[in-house]
Design a protein around this ligand. Structure first.
Ligand code: NDP
Length: 331
């Protein structure tokens, strides 16, 4: 098949920087994998912005098309599992990292990266969630697995206006939790309240520099999306027996902490990875995102753009200024 298609292409330039353009590729140039998918929607995640700006930890070689998320319709398949016409979701694994990604009209991926669209979730909604929403779902699942219920007290979400954070606030609110949102954006009060946050605290309040091993315990559990000293402060402030999840590092990759929150308060820290999360467990998470976890405010947290607006949106997310989820329509 020598069909051409539109995509976002990131290339290195002579000054050592990276240029992002809308370009044309050929379907035959996609990796020789099982299933060709016509992409209808993708979404912008922080990792896409790293790939689009030449971060070699995410993408080794350029020119490259980022996009760790894609939702669309199977067009051709060498796998008995997937037939033309199937509506499917792909997130994580190597998509958009070193495999041509979802910021394109077509992707070709291994059969075992693919999840069927749940009946009560549209392709569009699946990409409002995208990897960020799926990660928020995994984080909520970890709190629930450790027995957290709304009766235990308030749950904290850091990086609350970001992609993972805003979906996490929405899901927790839907499940009846009182949610405290931590945000660095002074203007985000109305947005966070509309997602269901009961209280909002500035990021500077969760950036303890006292050097104390433990702080006053204030939260029954927490979903941290930023890492670094903010995560350390959250763990030091978690109540006896509470669970804290950790998925991101925008505040830093180090965790300046002692063992005392763990050995004196029994706090549990749970790492969340959406990339290699087993394929046979993914459909169950998507079912919950499609049904009993779906935030009432899903549309409110959505900013919809086309491929042409991606370069600007990538700069916004790199500066930590994005609010909610950026849905990318692939016409
Ligand atoms: P976003 O950029 O959408 O959100 C991150 C939010 O963090 C920002 O909106 C901002 O929220 C806050 N923030 C930004 N800069 C800083 C800073 N220097 N210190 C503290 N807080 C900051 O990203 P995502 O939600 O898509 O991803 C969040 C993190 O999770 C990233 O590190 C990402 O790589 C990681 N991630 C990990 C996954 C996994 O599988 N482990 C999957 C998906 C994401 P506010 O202004 O409200 O504070």
């Amino acid at each position: 098949m020598d069909k051409t298609f539109q995509c976002l292409l990131v290339s290195s330039n002579e000054t050592g920087g990276y240029d992002t353009t809308i370009s044309t590729k050929q379907v035959i140039d996609l990796p020789a994998r099982d299933v060709l998918i016509r992409v209808h929607y993708s979404s912008l995640n922080y990792k896409d912005a790293l790939s689009a700006s030449g971060n070699k930890g995410v993408t080794r070689s350029y020119p490259h098309t980022p996009g760790i998320d894609a939702a669309g319709v199977v067009e051709a398949s060498h796998s008995a599992h997937w037939q033309p016409g199937d509506e499917v979701i792909v997130t994580g694994f190597d998509l958009g990292m070193n495999t041509s990604g979802g910021f394109a009209q077509y992707i070709r991926v291994p059969a075992n990266w693919i999840v069927r669209r749940p009946e009560s979730l549209t392709l569009r909604e699946s990409m409002i969630y995208g990897t960020a929403g799926f990660t928020a779902g995994l984080s909520v699942a970890a709190l629930l697995k450790n027995g957290l219920t709304p009766d235990h007290g308030t749950v904290l979400v850091t990086g609350a206006t970001g992609g993972v954070g805003s979906v996490a606030v929405g899901i927790l609110h839907r499940l009846g939790f009182a949610v405290i949102a931590v945000s660095g954006k002074a203007t985000a009060h109305d947005f966070l309240t509309s997602l269901g946050a009961t209280d909002i605290i500035p990021r500077s309040d969760m950036d303890d520099t006292s050097g104390k091993a433990l702080l006053k315990s204030r939260f029954a559990g927490a979903i941290d999306t930023v890492g670094g000293n903010v995560l350390a402060t959250v763990i030091k402030s978690t109540e006896y027996g509470g669970t804290v999840t950790c998925c991101g590092n925008v505040n830093g990759g180090d965790l300046p902490l002692s063992v005392f929150p763990f050995i004196l308060r029994g706090v549990q820290l749970v790492g969340i990875d959406s990339v290699q999360f087993p394929i046979d467990q993914r459909a169950a998470v998507w079912e919950r995102l499609a049904n009993d976890w779906k935030p009432a405010a899903l549309e409110l947290m959505t900013y919809e753009i086309g491929l042409a607006a991606l370069p600007e949106a990538i700069q916004t997310i790199l500066k930590g200024q994005m609010q909610g989820r950026t849905l990318v329509r692939i016409d």
